[in-house]
Design a protein around this ligand. Structure first.
Ligand code: FAD
Length: 388
């Protein structure tokens, strides 16, 4: 279907700042509407170097709904098959040892989603974009300044870039948000997430699980038959400054009872922060997407999934409505959905870890109720696939 913006304004030019997961996918989707796209990325081009032999630590569980969307965009087929694994079940265990399992079979689907290396997915998007004549990708790009009123970006060592619409997909410290005067609100959770890729002796099922304990949850993401991503959330001081042998010892104590002996390939820890932009758009033709609009606790693997839905909702609105209405519609819809998810993550974060009986009881009895009510369970499985 032709875009109303396109009909009205000719070849609309979209400038996207940030060529990570959300910005690169937005560039693919925007060019498929026939728009001219300029993608500006501060870091090196993902195509500049050959993929590393080992998995990177940044791995995402992508809902099946978003996998389907990436397939429709023609990007998924470019992701290296050795860098993703479909999973068909997930389980959650509370501090009080209540366990709830969700399976794709419960909703008659072959899989719930896919574990994918972020770098491999970004690389696939850039590879796709490199073959599109109406797309310009500029890596190692140093933005000098934005002129939001005149819709122009000055980049160091290049001609000014004139655009009709500017998308900020530049993550939590968004320069686009700052340039448009959009404020943010947020706080640190005071926790770090340790991620490790481990070679496991016994084979791993294509199932992801998460166990809650008072210190914070720990989880396993399957990557290949004998490879897994281990995730361990603890208080900031528990991970900061720990050397390799201390990290190994802590992970061994936590994970060996579940997966037997394993060897670490690499690991690193990341601070956890919650942040939201106070507006998702500015009337002068600026929109925030992905982490630039909402940085969420990663315990349920929602961040990039929300970002991909931002792209879908924004572009659908731009296809069918004049720009001013489309941007307002996008903010109204996505801010509500994303904030609801952020509040849910906070409730889980607090409820599961709480030393107090009331929130723990609420979570445990909630889980018990879910396991008894089949339609509710199916609803949750569909939500885990991104359909609800
Ligand atoms: C430990 C952990 C585990 C996670 N697991 C999951 C998961 O399982 N599932 C899930 O859905 N989400 C997960 N997330 C969240 C997910 O990683 C993020 O939501 C996602 O990376 C956001 O993508 P983005 O493109 O919006 O931002 P980013 O990934 O932050 O990308 C922003 C891009 O903009 C570029 N940039 C920044 N500033 C500039 C500038 N000035 N000029 C040009 N370019 C610029 C950056 O170089 C980068 O390439 C996890 C997050 C963490 C921390």
């Amino acid at each position: 279907m032709p875009s109303r913006c396109l009909e009205k304004e000719g070849a609309m030019h979209v400038a996207i700042v940030g060529g990570g997961l959300v910005g690169a996918a937005a560039a693919v989707a925007a060019q498929q509407l026939g728009w001219q796209v300029t993608l500006l990325e501060r870091g090196p081009s993902p195509l500049a170097a050959a993929p590393s032999a080992l998995w990177d630590l940044r791995i995402s569980s992508v809902h099946q709904r978003n996998v389907n969307w990436l397939q429709q965009l023609g990007v998924w087929s470019l992701v290296a098959p050795s860098r993703y694994l479909p999973y068909d079940a997930l389980s959650v265990t509370t501090c009080d040892r209540q366990q709830l399992d969700f399976t794709a079979a419960e909703v008659n689907e072959p899989q719930l989603g896919v574990m994918v290396e972020n770098n491999a997915l970004v690389r696939a998007c850039w590879e796709y974009l490199a073959s599109q004549p109406q797309v310009t990708c500029r890596a190692a790009c140093d933005i000098h300044q934005f002129d939001i009123k005149n819709k122009t970006i000055d980049v160091k060592g290049g001609e000014p870039i004139h655009y009709d619409l500017l998308l900020g997909a530049d993550g939590v410290n968004s320069v686009v948000a700052k340039a448009a005067g959009i404020g943010v609100r947020g706080w640190d959770y005071g926790m770090r997430c340790l991620l490790a890729v481990a070679e496991v002796k016994q084979s791993i099922a294509a199932q992801t699980w998460e166990i809650f304990r008072p210190e914070g949850p720990y989880a396993l993401l399957p990557l290949q038959e004998n490879l897994a991503c281990l995730i361990d959330y603890r208080a900031e001081q528990d991970w900061r400054g720990k050397d390799e042998s201390q990290v190994k010892a802590a992970l061994k104590e936590t994970f060996t009872p579940h997966i037997g002996p394993f060897k670490l390939q690499n690991f690193a820890s990341f601070p956890l922060r919650r942040q939201r932009a106070l507006r998702y758009y500015d009337e002068r033709g600026v929109v925030l997407l992905g982490d630039a609009a909402h940085g969420i606790h990663p315990l349920a693997g929602q961040g990039v999934n929300l970002g991909f839905v931002d792209v879908q909702v924004l572009l659908q609105a731009l296809r069918t409505q004049p720009m001013a209405q489309a941007l307002a519609h996008y903010e109204q819809q996505q801010m509500r959905v994303n904030q609801r998810m952020m509040r849910a993550m906070d409730a889980i974060h607090i409820g599961f870890r709480s030393p107090h009986l009331i929130p723990r009881f609420a979570v445990a009895s909630g889980l018990a109720a879910v396991s008894l009510v089949k339609p509710l369970k199916r609803h949750i499985v569909r939500a885990a696939m991104g359909w609800e």
